[in-house]
Ligand binder design. Sequence first.
Ligand SMILES: C[S@@+](CC[C@H](N)C(=O)[O-])C[C@H]1O[C@@H](n2cnc3c(N)ncnc32)[C@H](O)[C@@H]1O
Length: 246
Amino acid sequence: MIVFDRLCRYVKCLDNFSSVLNLKTCSRCKSSSTSSHRWKIRQNKDEYVELAREQGFRCRSAFKLLEINDKFRLIRPENLVLDIGAAPGAWSQVASDIVFRNSEERIFQAGVRGVIAVDLLNIDLLSGVHILSGCDILSESTHSKISQLLIDKKCDVILSDMAPNASGIASLDSENLFNMNSTVYNKIAVKYLAKGGSLAFKFWQTPDLKDFSNLLKEKFKLIKTFKPKSSRKESSEVYLIAKSFI
Ligand SMILES: C[S@@+](CC[C@H](N)C(=O)[O-])C[C@H]1O[C@@H](n2cnc3c(N)ncnc32)[C@H](O)[C@@H]1O
């Protein structure tokens, strides 16, 4: 399984490599939009994009979770982790690396250990990860799929790097993210997080952040906000970390 995982990463590296080639073609292509052109130039210069390619991660966001976990020790070997908004899968790669750190094989075991990755989009196969692609975390049918995978156990860690599609109106986007995170908290975390478990949720630096952390204070012993170095400076993104679920 470990060999398989390395193979997946190698294939992904080739994938990344071919996308670099595409970037060069696209940058000369007159039909490519200015904003996507800017995005591609930024991607090319970004040191974390480069590091992700070198280390076989599916995208640069892997480093955000690595930083979060270095600082707060949320995920530990043998844990059951739920990764929400997981595509393309970089956080699940990091989580699986940690969960199976001491194991010879990476095999997801329902109700025992491994990573459950949920997204509306497709997530390619990853060892140690049970993938729920095409699943909306806000829908009841997804909740029952998660429940079946947990059997009688609860998650040790719940991660959410989700964000709604940007509308361009900051206050509306912020309200949408607040509603999304509140639903995940009330319908998933409260129900499926083990006592003593931890959360990491993406948020934006808006007044809603304070309201949401006040909500979490009722149920967690420790709440922190954290901006990883690998999170782009121009982004208002931060992570809300909650530890020791009561
Ligand atoms: C920033 S990306 C996550 C990147 C991921 N952490 C990684 O490291 O690969 C956010 C993801 O949230 C997903 N998402 C947004 N709304 C969702 C919903 N209602 N249910 C499930 N996934 C959702 C999007 O499809 C997108 O893939």
